[in-house]
Design a protein around this ligand. Structure first.
Ligand code: NAD
Length: 479
């Protein structure tokens, strides 16, 4: 048994924190561990503390908690730090987006070629990148042996920034590769017989290896497309793994885009709502349309209320299905969402988040295969510089992270047409952030197909920097 201290920064993100608590309760070799829950929002912090305590009491786990609004106290002497904070929350992102739309930038100025994911802001994300570096530098000072599990977005920009600028041990975490499981389920084949690899950048990964019982499994996908693609309908805005957009990208690039990569195509799929509906299905047009994102925000609000209800009412058991059935009825949520919403209730299965398996592998030397974001040292992906973070399958044990050989390599089109331009966006975002040079922000927009004049570029940047909460960002970009 090896007890560790795990600090969760932004722990008020309750569903995520509960998944980690639930996973930790199932990791018997980590018994006695302590989770330090840290958030600047005391209300959210108290709610997650109550819920986590309730959960452990009900399940009988051996996990301790502390709660704090003090970042340094939380990070101090931690073995693992998980950063999932969103500075300014979804409201700031919405306001930035609104200002962009007012000046002709549909879905905001952060919605760029190969970067359409709504919560993956790169250019208005000054506060998020600054906070990432603050946390990393604090780790250097008060917990220099700790691992940082970078979970908050933008994972690609953020993990690259931290790995370049600090000396801490860092890896980026995302669950986007679960798209492979959705694909395998749709094809009706047994996941145990599937040999797969994905590779690329975060939210930009591609199924480079797909074998079923030792044979190339792409022909099974081709057959599915022929027989089923025309009848495909999404069950929710995020259900896009086999959407027309995914299939079109597969046809062009020669490999299937996986997970959020499908949201990150070119403007071909995103010009306007009608275009989005054509490629991501009716009625929402995918997660990144005005309708899909409204659906997401509405459900997020309801889930937050459900979680607050459970935290506040001692009679509502967190592990009881009846609790959720009752609250789903109260908030008018469809029953189909029940299983996804309450995955942490399942006492036997892990949530699918990779954090606790990673910690267990490092601490207890129990080898794990995960998909992580790490520096491209040794050119794991050929053709990508070694100081850029890539998302690849890795083996983790007490010696750390060992990337798998990417075999077969990514197609030439994926590397040159998709990863190269996405990498340039990342470099521009980091250059803007590190230098405070407004001209870099301008240059990004000059290259944006939605831009009609340089006056438009100046006007939108001014409007965003003039938003009251962007005062500090405005000072940063005064040159
Ligand atoms: P949220 O706003 O619901 O929660 C974020 C929490 O961060 C809030 O409780 C907030 O109070 C807290 N916070 C804000 N500023 C803070 C600070 N300075 N110090 C400590 N805590 C602070 O947001 P969310 O929807 O839960 O998303 C959080 C982040 O995680 C986003 O960047 C999102 O894109 C990312 N995310 C990542 C993955 C992944 O798999 N990597 C999956 C989902 C979401």
């Amino acid at each position: 048994m090896s007890a560790v201290k795990i600090s969760i920064i932004g722990a008020g993100s309750a569903a995520f924190s509960l998944r980690l608590v639930s996973d930790l309760c199932k990791a018997k070799k980590l018994e006695g561990s302590m989770i330090s829950l840290m958030d600047i929002d005391e209300g959210r912090l108290n709610a997650i503390y109550n819920l986590a305590t309730k959960f452990v009491n009900e399940v009988g786990g051996n996990v301790r908690f502390e709660k704090t609004t003090d970042l340094e106290r939380s990070v101090m002497d931690s073995d693992f730090v998980i950063n999932t904070a969103l500075v300014g929350g979804h409201r700031w992102m919405e306001e930035n987006r609104k200002a962009g739309e007012k000046h002709g930038y549909y879905r905001g100025i952060d919605t760029q070629e190969f970067n359409m994911v709504s919560d993956y802001n790169t250019f208005t994300n000054y506060y998020q990148l600054k906070f990432f570096l603050d946390v990393a530098r604090l780790i250097e000072k008060v917990a220099p042996n700790a691992w940082l599990l970078q979970t908050a977005n933008p994972v690609f920009e953020g993990t690259t920034l931290i790995a370049r600028e600090t000396n801490i041990k860092v890896a980026g975490f995302c669950h986007g590769h679960h798209g492979v499981i959705r694909l395998v389920k749709a094809l009706g084949i047994d996941p145990k017989d599937v040999d797969w690899q994905v590779a690329g950048f975060n939210h930009a990964i591609w199924l480079n290896r797909f074998k079923y019982r030792g044979e190339n499994a792409y022909p099974l996908l081709d057959k599915w497309i022929e027989e089923n693609a025309s009848n495909w309908r999404p069950t929710n805005p995020f259900d896009d793994q086999l959407s027309p957009a995914a299939i079109d990208m597969y046809r062009f690039y020669g490999m299937l885009p996986v997970g959020d990569t499908v949201r990150n195509g070119s403007w071909k799929y995103h010009y306007d709502l009608e275009t989005k509906k054509k490629w991501f299905g009716e009625p929402w047009g995918g997660a990144d349309s005005e309708l899909g994102w409204a659906w997401y925000n509405e459900n997020l609000k309801i889930m937050t209320s459900i979680i607050a209800d459970i935290a506040a009412d001692p009679n509502l058991k967190i592990l009881s299905i009846e609790t959720y059935e009752r609250l789903f009825e109260k908030y008018g949520l469809p029953k189909e969402m029940l299983s996804e919403a309450i995955e942490f209730v399942n006492p036997s299965e892990m949530s699918g988040e990779q954090h606790i398996p990673f910690i267990n592998a490092i601490v207890n030397d129990e080898e794990q295969r995960l998909v992580l974001n790490i520096m491209n040292k040794g050119e794991i992906i050929k053709g990508i510089p070694e100081d850029v973070v890539v998302e690849v399958p890795v083996i983790v044990d007490k010696n750390g992270i060992r990337p798998e050989k990417i075999d077969p390599p990514l197609s030439k089109r994926v590397v040159k047409f998709y990863l190269y331009p996405r990498m340039v966006r990342m470099e521009m975002a980091l250059e803007a952030f590190l230098t405070g040079d407004r001209k870099v922000l301008e240059e990004v927009l000059v290259r944006d197909p939605r831009t009609k004049s340089f006056e438009q570029v100046q006007a939108v940047i001014d409007e965003i920097l003039d938003l009251p909460f962007n005062e500090e960002m405005k000072k940063h970009y005064r040159n």
